[in-house]
Design a protein around this ligand. Structure first.
Ligand code: NCD
Length: 311
């Protein structure tokens, strides 16, 4: 695979090699001072990013907008489909065509799996998947990898437990594939009804080490280097009673962390509901807020690469 980023879509983490992902992470590292506002960078001056979000978002949209601003570009956005022509019945194809004529790159979040890939068929300009239903969330995966890489020094060989809603959680879907590709050792911790879909487990066998599946967090807490906690995806449950049965199943608190390795880091793509007790925030294990910040330099790197401002 050649390392060409300019003009590329970012639809699935599976479209990227280890070498390419490492190049993105290294580019992101150089972006950190500008991401913090400590250095000025104008390399995307005059460029426009469109954000089209059919589902709620805080971090993904804000960090993309921040990333664009930190590089001297501009973001235009549509966060509320209720207030747009989508309400009048406009198709996704037409909406994407419009965004393409107003902006240089578009981030799309949609409730249907495969929506971003479909959108990319209609657009000559790059489309970034900001989450497609229970499918993928590739830019989240890149910032998750960036967090593990900067915190731990390397990704290969890390023992990582993914905990919570592995059935519907798109962040877990893209991350498990990538971690396997990098040679991490995976533990999937979920009740049987929320375990990883078979095809995602198969994808996570791309590396040398096979993932282990369990329902019991106590089985793995003493072994792992990274605990990646996820929210139960309430909005994707067909039956609210089914949600009630599994809500609040795993709770990470300071008591549980007494069993953990000293240098365990706790990550979460956020938003959290009640999976991580706020008392964990003050411990040396917590990394979810740093992780959320990392969305800015990683998205700066992606925008600069696909818009051809850096190589
Ligand atoms: C996640 C998402 O939207 O998939 N949020 C995010 O982008 N950081 C996780 C979630 O909603 O639980």
């Amino acid at each position: 695979m050649s390392m060409k980023f300019e003009g590329r879509d970012i639809l699935s983490i599976k479209d990227f090699s280890v070498k390419e992902i490492m190049h993105i992470l290294k580019t992101a590292k150089k972006m950190v001072p500008a991401a913090k506002g400590e250095r000025r960078d104008e390399s995307l001056r005059g460029k426009v990013l469109a954000t089209i979000f059919f589902e709620p978002s805080t971090r993904t949209r804000l960090s993309f907008e921040s990333a664009m601003s930190r590089l001297g570009g501009r973001a235009i956005g549509m966060a509320d489909p209720e207030a747009s022509s989508l309400k009048k019945g406009e198709t996704l194809a037409d909406t994407i065509k419009m965004a393409e004529s107003y902006a240089d790159v578009t981030v799309l979040r949609h409730h249907h799996m495969g929506a971003a890939r479909l959108a990319a068929n209609f657009s000559a300009k790059p489309i970034i998947n900001g989450g497609d239903g229970a499918g993928q969330h590739p830019t989240q995966t890149m910032l998750d990898l960036f967090t593990i890489w900067t915190e731990k020094g390397k990704i290969e060989g890390q023992k990582v437990a993914l905990v919570g809603d592995l059935k519907y959680g798109r962040t877990a879907h893209s991350l498990s594939y990538a971690l396997s590709l990098f040679g991490a050792k995976l533990y999937f911790v979920a009740p049987p009804t929320l375990q990883m879909p078979k095809e995602v487990v198969d994808d996570a066998k791309v590396g040398k080490v096979r993932p282990k599946l369990t329902g019991d967090l106590n089985d793995v807490i003493g072994k792992v280097d990274v605990l990646y906690v996820t929210r139960i995806q309430k909005e994707r449950f067909p039956d609210p009673q089914e949600y009630q049965r599994v809500a609040g199943l795993y709770k990470v608190d300071v008591g549980l962390l007494e069993e953990a390795k000293k240098d365990l880091i706790v990550m979460h793509p956020l938003p959290r509901v009640n999976e991580i007790h706020p008392s964990v925030d003050g411990t040396h294990h917590a990394r979810y807020f740093e992780q959320a910040f990392n969305g800015v330099p990683v998205r700066m790197a992606l925008l600069a690469l696909i818009l051809g401002a850096v190589e």
